[in-house]
Design a protein around this ligand. Sequence first.
Ligand code: NAG
Ligand code: NAG
Length: 218
Amino acid sequence: MEGLFLRFLLRTITSLVFCLLLTHCSRGQSESVDSLQPIVARVGDDVVLPCQIKPSLDVSAATLEWKRSNLFVLVWRTGADFKRQKDPSYRGRTSLFPDELKHGNVSLKLSDVKLSDKGMYRCYVVEKNREMFVELVVVSVPGCSPVISLSRMDRDRGGVVLQCESRGWYPEPEVLWLDAEGNLLSAGPPETVRGPDDLYTVSSRVTVDKRHNNSFTC
Ligand SMILES: *[C@@H]1O[C@H](CO)[C@@H](O)[C@H](O)[C@H]1NC(C)=O
Ligand SMILES: *[C@@H]1O[C@H](CO)[C@@H](O)[C@H](O)[C@H]1NC(C)=O
C-alpha cells in the first residue's frame, strides 16, 4: 500500500517537473524576439544580420548555426568558424564577432551581398535550442544616371519621341518623366527586361512638343 502511494507521488512529481521544464523552455524561447524589420542591403554592400540571445548568456563555447532555408551560412563549433560545413556560395563572406559571443550577440557579418542572398535567415544556438529569424532584402540601384536619347520625330503630332533607359535595378523600378517645371508627363508603360544577372533594365518613351528650349527629366 505504501509502495503504491510512493509510486503515485513520484509520478505526480515527475509530471510536475516536466511541466515546469516545458513552461521554462517555452518562456525562454519567446524572449528571443525576432528582428521584425527586414534588413535592407544593396548588392555589393557588407551587412550585419542581428541576433541577440536574451537573456544574455555566453555562447562562445556553444554550437551556433546560421542558415538560409537549408543552406549553411555559417557554423560555429568548438570556439571557431567551422568553415567546412559552410555552403560554397557563402565561403569567405560570412563571419561572427567572436568578442561579442560572450554577451550572447551572435550577429552575422555578410560581405559583398549578392541578389541571391535574399531571404529568411535563422540564427540557432544548438545546445540551448534558441532560434531567431531575420529577413534580408537585397536591392540594386545603378551607379549611373538614366540615359535620355532622341528616339524619333513624331511628325503627326509635331513632336519628338524621347527615350530613357536605365540598367542595373532590383526590384523593378518605376519610371517618371518631368518637364522643366516639374510637371509629370504622361508616358506609356515602360519596357522591362531582366538580364542574366537578374537585374532589370527599363526603358520608357514619351512624346514631347518640339520646343528647343525645354528640358526633361527621367
Ligand atoms: C552585436 O555586435 C555587433 C558587432 O560588434 C554590433 O554592431 C551590434 O550592435 C551588437 N548587437 C547588440 C545587441 O549589442
Ligand atoms: C521657352 O522659351 C519661351 C519663349 O522664349 C518661353 O516663353 C518659355 O517659358 C521657355 N520655356 C522654358 C521651359 O524655359
